[in-house]
Design a protein around this ligand. Structure first.
Ligand SMILES: C[S@@+](CC[C@H](N)C(=O)[O-])C[C@H]1O[C@@H](n2cnc3c(N)ncnc32)[C@H](O)[C@@H]1O
Length: 210
């Protein structure tokens, strides 16, 4: 699928709360399995998910399933001026919505699947990501796709990089634990409904000399 780079100055256009929710709801009605939630994530979930990100270090931040940009806007507010945010969404209407709403040279929005993250990173001129954040509904993906995305994500991350995932079920735990050396799990109770937050960290274990 085509890669659609965004250009120009830092500018988040004033889309109303209602416009974002309306767009999100319409896409949920059209593609319930792909969207996985009837409303966008809450501000409390965004804050809790991004609280431990080391913004001074991060130069490539990847977002899977940005939707109407609920996390995207906050990531851009906090991100280093020289960093890149690569946002990957399977839904072309969301890609077009983000293009129309956010004008920031650090943002690159691409239409496609998270399963192709390594190709999108290469095409954006980078080698690996510092953080990958995911809002995609893993529990409704076709058989085997979730496992493939987790394996690709681990390869796409730098050593000590982290995969940040929010989901409404504990399903993710069994996908993440075989792939990542460290896994932390918390719950954001103020989100409606309460949401599980996973931080899966890639550690490279050096072979010990005998
Ligand atoms: C629950 S919505 C999350 C939207 C937003 N990040 C939020 O938290 O409000 C799920 C998003 O994942 C996208 N999506 C689903 N499967 C995907 C895949 N395989 N690769 C990339 N995006 C995907 C959907 O199009 C949708 O934008």
């Amino acid at each position: 699928m085509a890669s659609i780079p965004l250009k120009k100055k830092n500018l988040v256009r004033p889309s109303t709360f209602l416009a974002q929710w309306g767009m999100f709801f319409r896409q949920f009605v059209k593609h319930p399995g792909m969207i996985g939630s009837i409303i966008p994530s809450s501000a409390s979930l965004v804050d809790a998910m991004l609280a431990d990100v080391d913004w001074a270090r991060a130069r490539l931040f990847v977002e899977y399933g940005p939707g109407v940009g609920t996390f995207t806007r906050t990531v851009l507010e906090r991100m280093h001026p020289d960093a890149t945010l690569l946002a990957i969404d399977l839904n072309l209407d969301f890609v077009a919505f983000l293009e129309a709403q956010i004008d920031d040279p650090r943002l690159r929005v691409v239409h496609g699947s998270a399963a192709d993250v390594r190709r999108f990173i290469r095409e954006s001129g980078h080698r690996q990501a510092d953080y990958i954040l995911s809002g995609i509904p893993f529990s409704t993906l076709p058989e085997g796709v979730g496992e493939d995305i987790c394996a690709e994500t681990r390869t796409a991350l730098k050593p000590d990089g982290a995969f940040l995932v929010y989901q409404y079920s504990a399903y993710m735990r069994r996908l993440l634990s075989p792939q990542f050396e460290e896994l932390q799990e918390r719950v954001e109770w103020r989100n409606v409904p309460p949401c599980r937050m996973f931080t899966a960290t890639k550690r490279e274990v050096l072979a010990q000399a005998a």
